[in-house]
Design a protein around this ligand. Structure first.
Ligand SMILES: Nc1ncnc2c1ncn2[C@@H]1O[C@H](COP(=O)(O)OP(=O)(O)OP(=O)(O)O)[C@@H](O)[C@H]1O
Ligand SMILES: [Ca+2]
Length: 490
C-alpha cells in the first residue's frame, strides 16, 4: 500500500476504492442484526473520515433508557477485504481494551445491510482539540500535566496489551462531560493494530502532524505512539505545532529532519523538567524515547502516590540480556551502577511489580505479573509466547542488582543530558570488575561484525594493556549496525 496524498492532519489508511456500491450481506461480521429494535438514533455528535457518530437511546435490556454513542460505518465503503478486516479489527480491539478509565467503554456492535454500528459510552465534553483551541492554545504546566498523565496511563495500558493506537491526536481524546476537570477518554481504534513485543510494522498510517519519523521509514513499533504524545505535549505547553509546513511533504521533511523548537517564547518560561520530558519523547531515534510507563515516573510528572503499570520494555530488555555475552553483561552491570537512586526509581517499581520473593525474581514472577493483566487483546498479540524467551530464568533467579543491569537500555541513557558523566562513572566500575584483555577478532565477534569490518574496532582497544578503552566501552554498549554486515542485532 502506498500512502495517499491528502491534506495535512488527516489519517490515510488503505484507501477505499471509489464507487463501491453493492452492500455486503447483513451477516458479514457476525454482529447483532437488531440495531433498530434495540436503539433509537438521535442527533449527530461527530464526523470522521470513515463514518459519523450519533447519540442514541437504548430501548431495551440492561442499559434501557441510557444515552449512548453510535459510530456508523457505511458498508458501501467496505469494498475490499482489507477494509472489511479494518472494521473487524477496530471492533475487536475496542471490545478487548474496554475497561480502562481513560478508554471509551464498548457496549455492542450491530450490523444491517447498510451499516456497521459500534455502540459505546457517550462522551459529552467534546474533543481535547476544541479545548486547546478554546484556550487560545496554551495550557499551564499543571493543567497540561493532568492531560498528559491520562494520555500516558491509557497508552501504557494499550501497549502492555500489545495494541498500538497509531492515531493519537487531540481529536481522538474526548471529555466525558463539559466539566473543566472531566476525565478524558481515548476513542477511534480505526487505525490500531495488534503487535508482538519484538515485531515491526511497516504500513504508513496516522496523521501528518503527529506521525513519527520511523513510520515514514516504514519500520516501527509502540514508540511511534510515544512520538505522537510528544507532539501533543509540545502543543499543550506552547500552543503551536512542533513540525509544521504548508504541504504534507513539507511536514514530513520537518518530522524527519527538524529539531523541535524549545528556545523561542514561551519556552524560556517553561520548566526544565517539562522541556526534558518533551525532548525525550521527540527524539528521532525511537530507541532513545521513554516508554509511557517510564514517562509516568519522569520528574515532571512524578507522584509517589501513583500506581504505575508493568512495562513490556522490561521483558524485551531482559530477553536481550539473557542472550548477551558475559562481557556485555558486565558492561551493562557497570552501567547500571553509575545510575543514581533517583534514576533507579522506575526499575525499583518494575521490580516490585514482579513481587520478588526473598529479594529475587525468576520466570514464574514474570509470568504471574503478565497474566495478572491478561485480556483478549493480549492473546491476540501473542504476548505470552514472549515468555519463552525468558526460559533461562526457569532455572535461576535474578536479584535487584542484576535486574537493573538487565533492564536498562544504553540507548535511552545516551539521550540523557548526564550521559557523559554516567558513561565515565560506568567505565570506572567496568575497569574494576569487567575489563579484560581482548583481541580485535574477539571484540569484532562480540559485536557480530563480519571480518571485513574488523578494522572498525581497532581503536577501541588500549595499546598499553590490550583491554577496552573508554571509547571502546561506550561503542561496545551501543553496538554497531552496519548495512549489509553480518549482524544479529535484536
Ligand atoms: N463515544 C463518543 N462520544 C461522543 N462523540 C464521539 C464518540 N466517538 C466518536 N465521537 C465523535 O465522532 C467523531 C468521529 O469518530 P471517530 O474518530 O471514531 O471516527 P473516524 O471516522 O474513524 O475518524 P477519523 O477521521 O479521525 O479517522 C469524533 O471525532 C468525535 O467527535
Ligand atoms: Ca478520529
Amino acid at each position: 500500500t502506498t500512502p495517499v496524498h491528502q491534506t495535512p492532519g488527516v489519517a490515510w489508511p488503505s484507501p477505499y476504492p471509489a464507487g463501491g456500491t453493492s452492500p455486503l450481506p447483513a451477516g458479514t461480521f457476525g454482529f447483532g442484526k437488531n440495531f433498530g429494535a434495540k436503539y433509537e438514533l438521535g442527533k449527530e455528535v461527530g464526523r470522521g473520515h470513515f463514518g459519523h457518530t450519533c447519540s442514541a437511546v437504548v430501548k431495551k435490556g440492561e442499559y434501557k433508557g441510557q444515552t449512548v454513542a453510535v459510530k456508523i460505518i457505511s458498508k458501501a465503503k467496505m469494498t475490499t477485504a482489507i477494509s472489511i478486516e479494518d472494521v473487524r479489527r477496530e471492533v475487536k480491539i475496542l471490545k478487548a481494551l474496554s475497561g480502562h478509565n481513560n478508554l471509551v467503554k464498548f457496549y455492542d456492535a450491530c450490523e444491517d445491510a447498510l451499516n456497521v454500528y459500534i455502540v459505546m459510552e457517550l462522551c459529552e465534553g467534546g474533543e481535547l482539540l476544541d479545548r486547546i483551541l478554546a484556550r487560545g492554545g496554551r495550557y499551564t504546566e499543571e493543567d497540561a500535566k493532568a492531560i498528559v498523565v491520562q494520555i500516558l496511563s491509557v497508552v501504557a495500558f494499550c501497549h502492555l496489551q500489545g495494541v498500538v493506537h497509531r492515531d493519537l491526536k487531540p481529536e481522538n481524546f474526548l471529555f466525558t462531560t463539559r466539566d473543566e476537570n472531566a476525565p478524558m477518554k481515548l476513542i477511534d481504534f480505526g487505525l490500531s493494530d495488534f503487535i508482538r513485543p519484538d515485531e515491526r510494522l511497516n504500513d504508513i498510517v496516522g496523521s501528518a502532524y503527529y506521525v513519527a519519523p520511523e513510520v515514514l521509514h516504514r519500520s516501527y513499533s509502540m514508540e511511534a505512539d510515544i512520538w505522537s504524545i510528544g507532539v501533543i505535549t509540545y502543543i499543550l505547553l506552547c500552543g503551536s505545532r512542533p513540525f509544521w509546513a504548508r504541504t504534507e511533504s513539507g511536514i514530513f521533511r520537518s518530522v524527519l529532519r527538524a529539531d523541535p523548537n524549545l528556545d523561542d517564547s514561551p519556552w524560556p518560561s517553561v520548566s526544565a523538567e517539562a522541556k526534558d520530558f518533551v525532548k525525550r519523547f521527540l527524539n528521532k531515534d525511537y530507541r532513545k524515547r521513554m516508554t509511557a510507563v517510564q514517562a509516568l515516573t519522569h520528574p515532571w510528572l512524578r507522584d509517589d502516590q501513583r500506581q504505575i503499570p508493568l512495562d513490556i520494555l522490561v521483558y524485551r530488555l531482559i530477553k536481550q540480556y539473557l542472550r548477551a555475552t558475559p562481557l556485555k553483561r558486565l558492561a551493562l552491570k557497570a552501567l547500571s551502577k553509575a545510575l543514581k537512586d533517583d534514576e533507579l526509581l522506575y526499575l525499583r517499581l518494575q521490580f516490585d511489580l514482579l513481587e520478588p520473593r526473598d529479594g529475587v525474581v525468576s520466570l514464574d514472577n514474570f509470568r504471574t505479573a503478565l497474566t495478572r493483566y491478561l485480556t483478549d487483546a493480549m492473546k491476540e498479540s501473542r504476548i505470552l509466547e514472549f515468555l519463552h524467551a525468558l526460559e533461562p530464568l526457569a532455572y535461576r533467579s535474578m536479584d535487584f542488582e542484576e535486574f537493573c543491569a538487565a533492564a536498562i537500555s544504553p540507548y535511552q541513557l545516551e539521550a540523557l543530558d548526564r550521559w557523559e558523566e554516567i558513561a565515565g562513572t560506568a567505565f570506572q566500575h567496568f575497569e574494576q570488575e569487567g575489563n579484560r584483555v581482548i583481541s580485535v577478532e574477539e571484540l569484532a565477534q562480540e559485536l557480530n561484525l563480519a571480518p571485513t569490518h574488523y578494522s572498525i574496532v581497532q581503536d577501541w582497544i588500549r595499546k598499553t594493556d590490550g583491554k577496552l578503552n573508554f571509547l571502546g566501552f561506550t561503542k561496545f554498549l551501543h553496538g554497531v549496525t552496519i548495512r549489509g554486515a553480518n549482524t544479529r542485532r535484536h
